[in-house]
Write a protein that binds this ligand. Structure first.
Ligand SMILES: [Mg+2]
Length: 246
């Protein structure tokens, strides 16, 4: 009955909260320290003039990202672009010339992507995907800006889609439609697995896909076609139930 399974990544196949926290601070501290060392080597003051202390400076970076997402709505889900532009702006506002600002913003984003990849998949995920991959076509669909080809479970996904970089972050249906088309699967023969009610479950249901909502607590009535699992490791039981029913 089912032909394909699409997976959200963050908070579905690994816990992401700690990763984002470490990545956010990690790349920004790296930038400030590396930039200070570079300026010191050139006999310049440790920070670009105008950059305030760490907390204020980080808050300014966040505010610039939010403003850019409002000003350039088609890029609102492309978090790499928003970060890069915000850093370039902030560094220029802090007194770096344009070429130095571009260079340091790009270097900080390299560090961002290095740290962003340090996710630890749930211990069951690798074997689960290995088994499912023998029977179903698998895809990853994420709004996050982890490097899809380099994430630790990448080899399980013949199709992987960064929805934000398509300019159509979930809940927009485009990423789901693209995945289904590349998997050659009709929506009614596909299951989407994700933790977000708004970004995973509602759009999948609207397209007529089955949906598995990864949620520890059950606080809303589930429409037909939606099942809840507390953890992705419960997926095989759900699949068996779905297959037996058909
Ligand atoms: Mg998620």
């Amino acid at each position: 009955m089912l032909h394909a399974i699409t997976f959200d990544l963050d908070d579905t196949l690994w816990d992401n909260a700690g990763v984002m926290e470490r990545t956010e601070h990690g790349h920004y501290r790296w930038l400030r320290e590396a930039l200070a060392a570079w300026r010191e080597a050139r006999g310049e003051p440790p920070l670009a003039p105008g950059l305030p202390g760490y907390e204020d400076s980080l808050a300014d970076y966040v505010a610039r990202r939010r403003r850019l997402a409002r000003e350039v709505p088609e890029r609102r889900g492309d978090f790499t672009w928003l970060r890069l532009r915000a850093l370039e702006e902030q560094l220029e506002a802090g007194g770096l010339n344009r070429s130095a600002a571009l260079m340091w913003a790009a270097a900080a984003m390299n560090e961002f992507h290095r740290l962003r990849l340090k996710v630890t998949p749930h211990p069951e995920a690798d074997a689960l995907l290995e088994t499912l991959g023998r029977r179903y076509r698998l895809a990853a669909i994420t709004n996050g800006n982890i490097r899809l080809a380099r994430q630790p479970l990448a080899h399980h996904f013949p199709v992987a889609i960064a929805a934000g970089e398509l300019f159509t972050p979930k809940p927009h249906p485009q990423a789901f439609l693209t995945a289904l088309s590349r998997l050659d699967a009709a929506p009614e023969r596909a299951l989407h697995v994700g933790d977000s009610w708004e970004e995973d479950i509602l759009p999948a249901r609207e397209l007529g896909m089955h949906a598995a909502w990864v949620a520890e607590r059950h606080d809303r009535p589930l429409p037909a076609g939606v099942a809840r699992i507390a953890h992705v490791k419960e997926l095989p039981e759900l699949l068996q139930w779905l297959e037996n029913r058909s």
